[in-house]
Design a protein around this ligand. Structure first.
Ligand SMILES: NC(=O)c1ccc[n+]([C@@H]2O[C@H](COP(=O)([O-])OP(=O)(O)OC[C@H]3O[C@@H](n4cnc5c(N)ncnc54)[C@H](OP(=O)(O)O)[C@@H]3O)[C@@H](O)[C@H]2O)c1
Length: 293
């Protein structure tokens, strides 16, 4: 299997229901984002209470040729109690072969496409049987319905355990990471993706907006450090936060959540700015609130 190619920045559709766009407006937005070089689109079956894939599929139908410019990432294994899923009686995770296959087929229908570029297990599931996952992944790969597979929010040991039963490599571990969320830098997640040459994806690269609207001591400290580094590199606070992720050797692909084309363009530019060690550690130590040993 060829290595999976993500764009250096991915666009997240989680917040899409709040944008209030018609299908043709969402198509134009997606084209403009792709024109910026951001061609990886991050979705999940559950986004918008099981509505976002369908909205995105409607947008794709508005713009012939657009689908082939994109790398579609979507996810499964969370079952939400929702009026669109009356059969879900409780909020659970389900990584059974039957659920994975049914989810992929439903995502294909919603998106109106014949293939998912990367299909992720959304959450680490204590009841996941890796042999069942392998069975589902092989079936989806052999039928051409899914090109590559990955996981999200997996610990390194869970990632290893699943990998040990799969005939194909996992393409990514999509985890929360930002100047406000350093865990994957410290808990072995990025060590493992480096070791295995897997491209990690970082969700909420701006802390879901907390970087701007939270006034706790730590956030204020991190914002100040980002502003200081930004003033040296001609980046905004947000730009410096993207450059912070981009400087790490793991080759992190941030998944941005904004609707704003200007903010996406700025994030894309920031990923081409290489911070010095001094600048990177200024942000790191502001976040850890300790000097280096
Ligand atoms: N795998 C998972 O479990 C998981 C979990 C959560 C999210 N995700 C993925 O990650 C994507 C991104 O997550 P996220 O939306 O939390 O990311 P984020 O980029 O950290 O946060 C986006 C929020 O920050 C605001 N923002 C961005 N730039 C700003 C600025 N310069 N000043 C003020 N506010 C600013 C945005 O508002 P504006 O729209 O007004 O710019 C938006 O409300 C999601 O869409 C989803 O695809 C995955």
């Amino acid at each position: 299997m060829a290595a999976v190619e993500f764009s250096t920045l991915a666009a997240g559709l989680w917040r899409q229901p709040t944008w209030g766009l018609t299908a043709s407006e969402l198509a134009r937005w997606t084209q403009a984002v792709a024109d910026l070089g951001v061609t990886t689109m991050d979705l999940a079956d559950i986004y918008g209470g099981y509505t976002v894939e369908e909205s995105f599929g409607a947008a794709l139908r508005e713009a012939p040729g657009l689908r082939d410019r994109l790398h579609l990432v979507t996810k499964c294994n969370i079952k939400l109690v929702n009026e669109r899923r009356p059969q879900h009686t409780r909020h659970v995770y389900d990584s059974s072969a039957a659920h994975i296959i049914a989810s992929a087929e439903n995502s294909l229908r919603m998106l109106g496409t014949d293939r998912l570029d990367t299909f992720l297990l959304h959450r680490q599931d204590p009841l996941m049987d890796p042999d069942e996952v392998a069975e589902a992944f092989v079936q989806l790969e052999e039928s051409g319905k899914v090109q590559a597979f990955g996981v999200s929010n997996f610990t390194p040991s869970h990632f290893s355990m699943l990998s040990s039963r799969l005939p194909m490599p996992l393409a990514t571990n999509q985890v929360e990471a930002s100047a406000l969320c350093l865990e994957p830098f410290q808990d072995g997640t990025f060590d493992q993706t480096l070791e295995r040459r897997v491209v990690p994806m970082a969700w909420s690269p701006l802390g879901g907006g907390r970087l701007f609207n939270d006034d706790t001591e730590r956030t204020v400290r991190v914002r100040k450090a980002l502003a200081s580094v930004g003033s040296e590199t001609e980046l905004s606070v947000a730009g410096a936060a993207f450059a912070f992720l981009g400087r790490h050797p793991a080759g992190i692909v941030p998944v941005t959540g904004t609707q704003s084309l200007e903010r996406i363009a700025e994030a894309q530019h920031a990923l081409s700015v290489r911070l010095s060690r001094e600048q990177w550690f200024e942000i790191w130590t502001a976040s850890t609130d300790s000097s280096l040993p």
